[in-house]
Design a binder for this molecule. Structure first.
Ligand SMILES: *Cc1c(COP(=O)(O)O)cnc(C)c1O
Length: 373
């Protein structure tokens, strides 16, 4: 937390009170970086080649990334203006929150979820309304519906939930949307959609033509499954007029030509990329099963990461991973998120996880009730 009195100019008090953004630790050359849910595979050669061919650093990019929009529009059976490209889907989240919520307005999201959510609400001047996760570290959509007031302007649903892992089911999401007033924006953040293997999971873009509700915007990204985190490109599919509002708050020309070309090339190479995604998903399932075997109570994992509910022991246990060359993401007092990374990292993760689970106090929520060690 910053002390506002240290700042030489007048800053909005809610902004002065925010901790400056802190990135997951960067890994040394011999450590595995399992802290940012990145794709451990290098980009496909064809993707790199196409990006290299662009050149032209002296020219601005095409402002709307029209080629990528058209490509995604065709894929999802919507008009081009029902697609919006951003410099990462986080920037689209920020645009949507800014477009809908200001001082006195409320933004509802599950907690714990993606760290950006409270921050985006606060920066917009709105009130953040976190709703605790329910059983199994899953969204409690009934409680989220109950939290809606006449001040609610946006609701964010994250599936699979970062950092805990479970999805919202299609049936749960459909029932939830029924309860949301038609003029309140619902943002369905599907940053990890490609990793999902649960057949009952929500898929905001399941039917051609986009989501049938005009107040639902679906967010996807090229950062995770497509391995382009460093280039910053994500997209939204939704009602054109809702997306126009996002476009109005966007910083123009943020999406570079390189990001657009890399995204297009990745879509060309999609089947190859999705093979890698299924390797990660299988590695994830094996990791979850093995972690449960060691005695950890790991929630269902549908992204490219797993969650250890380490509670008060989080910081100490995260340190044990780091000492072993595994950079993980601790959330103090709550738990540790570990990305599913290189094949060689898995045994190491299991070794440390297995050695620390026995140090958890009796009755600790990180310990599976059924497994007596
Ligand atoms: C990673 C992530 C995003 C998107 O990140 P970008 O790199 O900005 O596209 C969005 N939502 C969640 C929950 C994420 O974990």
């Amino acid at each position: 937390m910053t002390d506002a009195s240290d700042i030489p100019v007048r800053v909005r008090p809610e902004v002065a009170a925010l901790p400056p953004y802190k990135q997951g630790r960067q890994a040394g050359s011999d450590a595995f970086k399992l802290s940012s849910n990145e794709n451990p595979f290098d980009p496909l050669p064809g993707v790199l080649d196409q990006v290299r061919e662009i050149g032209g650093f002296n020219r601005y990019p095409d402002a709307s990334a029209a080629r990528l929009r058209a490509r995604l529009a065709e894929r999802f059976g919507v008009s081009d203006d029902a697609v919006h490209i951003g410099a990462g889907s986080v920037s689209i989240l920020a645009q949507l929150v800014q477009a809908t919520a200001g001082p006195g307005d409320e933004v509802i999201y599950a907690w714990r979820s993606f760290e950006a959510y409270p921050w985006l609400a606060i920066v917009a001047g709105a009130t953040a309304v976190p709703v605790p996760l329910g059983l199994g570290a899953r969204h409690d959509l009934d409680a989220m519906a109950t939290a809606i007031t006449e001040r609610t302007r946006a609701i964010i649903v994250c599936s699979p939930n970062n950092p805990t892992g479970p999805v919202v089911t299609q049936a749960e999401f459909d029932a939830f949307v029924e309860k949301v007033p038609a003029d309140v924006l619902v943002i369905l953040d599907e940053a990890y959609a490609e990793f999902v293997t649960a057949p009952d999971a929500v898929d905001g873009l399941r039917a051609p033509g986009g989501h049938p509700r005009a107040n639902v915007v679906v967010l996807r990204t090229f950062s995770k499954a497509f391995g382009l985190a460093g280039l910053r490109v994500g997209y939204a599919v939704g009602h054109p007029r809702v997306l126009d509002a996002a476009r109005s708050t966007a910083i123009p020309l943020s999406v570079t030509a390189h990001a657009e070309v890399a995204a297009l090339a990745s879509l060309d190479a999609e089947s190859e990329l999705l093979e890698r995604v299924s390797v990660i998903a299988a590695r994830r399932d094996a990791l979850v099963a093995a972690l449960r075997e060691t005695g950890w109570d790991v929630p269902d994992a549908q992204g490219n990461f797993v969650w250890l509910p380490a509670g008060d022991e989080t910081i100490d246990i995260a340190e044990r991973f780091v000492e072993a060359g595994l950079i993980v993401r601790p959330f103090a007092g709550d738990g540790i998120r570990i990305s599913v990374g290189e094949h060689e990292s898995v045994e190491k993760v299991l070794g440390i996880a297995g050695s620390v689970v026995g140090t958890l106090p009796e009755g600790h929520r990180g310990r599976a009730a059924s497994v007596e060690k």
